[in-house]
Design a protein around this ligand. Structure first.
Ligand SMILES: Nc1ncnc2c1ncn2[C@@H]1O[C@H](COP(=O)(O)OP(=O)(O)O)[C@@H](O)[C@H]1O
Ligand SMILES: [Mg+2]
Length: 262
């Protein structure tokens, strides 16, 4: 089966000042439809840049991304995005925030009221439909931004360290909620994190990236059974995956790529 997303030899150099910043170095990997793939790597290795290139928000300097066989050359329509900060509009209610992508797509929010209600119920926020965002905790706000990303039923969900600002327990709760929703909706998820444990808990495949310029060090399949549980995180198999990834990242930091220029 052809992959849903193909990242092909993607290079990215930001032209800033006298010297360009090389963010990505010939990054290639495939993502199967319906799978959950995490990108793990040190801060600044180009994870956010790669996610933006996949979504079509910014172009690659070289190489290409294909989604469903089609070359990505502009922002994709069938994609939901969740960022580290929930960025809810404070003058809008929870439901009105969830409706934003509906309005951007030029559709009628009325047709999506049931959808918004059922999504909010799915994350335990059915009673907050008409609330102002400031009444919600950080974890609740991030649940709202997940609902917002899902309201138009995207086939692909791109998440950039979505739970990185939350405390560990809330993050675990949201990780498990995300897995439940993913199982129900059969989407393809690309999830950026620098938390190794979170990547192993969630993913079918972990793409391990080197320090900048980001290269793919490994595409590691995670063979843990599903549904995943928090109990698994204390098991031996889980621990081995963590060690393998940590060793890859450590090696890449200890042996940075040789610089040829003076
Ligand atoms: N718009 C930009 N202009 C210049 N440099 C950028 C821009 N965006 C990102 N970078 C640089 O590219 C590198 C990768 O950034 P980023 O993708 O945000 O990394 P990560 O998400 O892995 O922390 C960093 O060195 C960052 O400073
Ligand atoms: Mg980032």
């Amino acid at each position: 089966m052809a992959p849903l997303i193909a990242v092909e030899e993607v290079d990215k150099t930001f032209e800033s000042g006298a010297h360009g910043v090389r963010a990505l170095d010939r990054v290639s990997f495939d993502i199967e439809e319906g799978s959950f793939v995490s990108l793990v790597g040190p801060s600044g290795c180009g994870k956010s840049t790669l996610l933006k290139i996949i979504s079509g928000l910014i172009p690659a300097s070289r190489g290409a991304v294909r989604v469903g066989g089609r070359l990505v050359d502009g922002p994709l329509a069938n994609v939901g995005m969740v960022f580290q900060a929930p960025v809810l509009l404070k003058w809008r209610t929870v439901a009105e925030n969830v409706m934003l992508p509906v309005e951007f797509a030029g559709r009628n929010p009325r047709d999506y009221e049931d959808k918004a209600r059922s999504l909010l119920a799915l994350v335990g926020l059915e009673d907050f439909y008409d609330e102002a965002p400031y009444r919600l905790s950080g974890g609740m706000q991030q649940r709202v931004s997940l609902c917002r990303a899902l309201v138009t039923d995207p086939g692909i969900l791109l998440m950039d360290e979505p739970f990185g600002a939350l405390d560990a327990m809330t993050r675990e709760e949201l990780d498990l909620e995300l897995l439940r929703i993913w199982g129900e909706k059969k989407m393809t998820v690309v999830f950026v994190t620098h938390n190794i444990q979170e990547a192993v808990l969630l993913s079918d495949t972990v793409v391990v990236m080197s320090a900048r310029p980001g290269r793919v060090l490994e595409r590691l399949p995670i063979a843990l059974e599903r549904p995943r549980t928090i109990e698994m995180t204390s098991g031996a198999e889980f621990g081995r995956y963590g060690l393998v990834i940590r060793a890859m990242l450590g090696r890449s930091a200890a042996n940075p790529p040789v610089k040829l220029s003076a």
